[in-house]
Design a protein around this ligand. Structure first.
Ligand code: PBG
Length: 335
């Protein structure tokens, strides 16, 4: 409090409400809860496989059997949803694995829904894991360099989304950042009889250094160039709002801001301007930074994880997608 004011009004004491845990709990404005967390999981073929991702301690590439175990423990912790990423056996220039009827994600969705019908299964819809070059769209080499084709990519994305829905996905989440993909996906889902499958669009997704560890996990780093011609420039907030407006107009049911911690202003603005269900993705690099600092003894992992996720909630996020979902759920139970 401003000290002049404190002098004028000696009865104004904000500290009165901070005295005890019970008092603080009564007046706490924002709370984290396991019920709003989504746990991302990486699946690949094989049996009894739990391949650690060195840059993401506690995160693994899982075979189907292990994926089920991981999903069970998430459900037991009170987490309502998982977000599935696939690592295919073969990559090509048309991302065939992304929309194969028996692709790794499609298999994962089927077995998850069989074993845990109550657990919500969300699928990431993108092509980068399935493309030999690692880009999120179809690549054409031209005299002036390489370009990522927009419209031809839409069909492949929509086919992927439909194949996920056919396998039983409860919601699809396009993360490619091509223009018009929400419209294309909505159209093909509706045609296929999946009118009731919602779309959570990665609406404001920035070209970010924070995705580094994910690309190890999903083996999806681009072999050449970068993603700046389709993901957003970190300096742009108004453009992010245009992205969100467009995705909503095209039929997105939930809009996402990604990454989270470095873009809290956008979580706030997206929530206040559109009032739509808003998701924040606490991405791989955010997780790895906290893990690494904690492993060095430099910060208190539990305190920093809880505080940073609470900040996303305070900024306006309804849903938080986070690799720390299970740990957070556990800590929340203890407190
Ligand atoms: C696929 C995709 C990425 C992430 C989610 N979906 C990687 C990328 O765009 O390069 C990043 C997630 C994370 O860093 O945790 N396009």
């Amino acid at each position: 409090m401003n000290s002049n004011l404190a002098g004028k009004f000696p009865n104004l004491r904000l500290r009165r409400l901070r005295g005890t845990p019970a008092m603080r709990s009564l007046v706490r404005e924002t709370r984290l809860s396991a019920e709003q967390l989504v746990l991302p999981l990486f699946v690949r073929s094989g049996k009894r496989l739990r391949r650690p991702i060195p840059s993401m301690p506690g995160v693994f590439q899982l075979s189907l059997d292990e994926l089920i175990k991981e999903a069970s423990s998430a459900a037991a912790a009170g987490i309502p949803a998982v977000l599935i990423f696939g690592i295919p056996e073969h990559k090509d220039e048309k991302a065939s694995g992304a929309y194969a009827r028996n692709g790794i994600v499609q298999q994962a969705v089927r077995s998850l829904k069989r074993e845990h019908p109550e657990l919500m299964v969300i699928t990431d819809v993108c092509l980068c894991e399935y493309m030999s070059h690692g880009h999120c769209g179809i690549v054409r080499k031209t005299a002036r360099g390489v370009s990522i084709l927009n419209d031809p990519t839409l069909k492949l994305l929509a086919r992927s989304a439909v194949s996920h829905a056919e396998a039983g996905a409860d919601m699809v989440a396009p993360s490619d950042m091509m223009d018009g993909r929400v419209h294309a996906i909505r159209g093909m889902l509706d045609e296929g009889g999946f009118e009731s499958v919602p779309i959570m669009s990665y609406a404001a997704k920035f070209a970010s250094g924070f995705y580094g560890p994910f690309r190890d996990a999903a083996e999806s780093a681009p072999k050449f160039g970068d993603r700046r011609s389709y993901q957003m420039d970190a300096g742009n907030a108004l453009e992010a709002l245009r992205e969100v407006a467009l995705d909503i107009a095209e039929g997105a049911d939930i809009v996402m801001v990604k990454p989270a911690l470095a873009y809290l202003d956008l979580i706030y603005r997206v929530k206040t301007e559109f009032g739509y269900p808003t998701a924040a993705y606490a991405v791989s690099g955010e997780y790895s930074m906290i893990k690494a600092a904690a492993q060095n003894g430099w910060i208190d992992e539990r305190a920093v994880m809880l505080e940073s996720h609470l900040a996303m909630k305070r900024a306006g996020a309804d849903i938080i997608i986070t690799y720390a979902a299970r740990e957070i759920a556990g800590w929340l139970k203890e407190t």
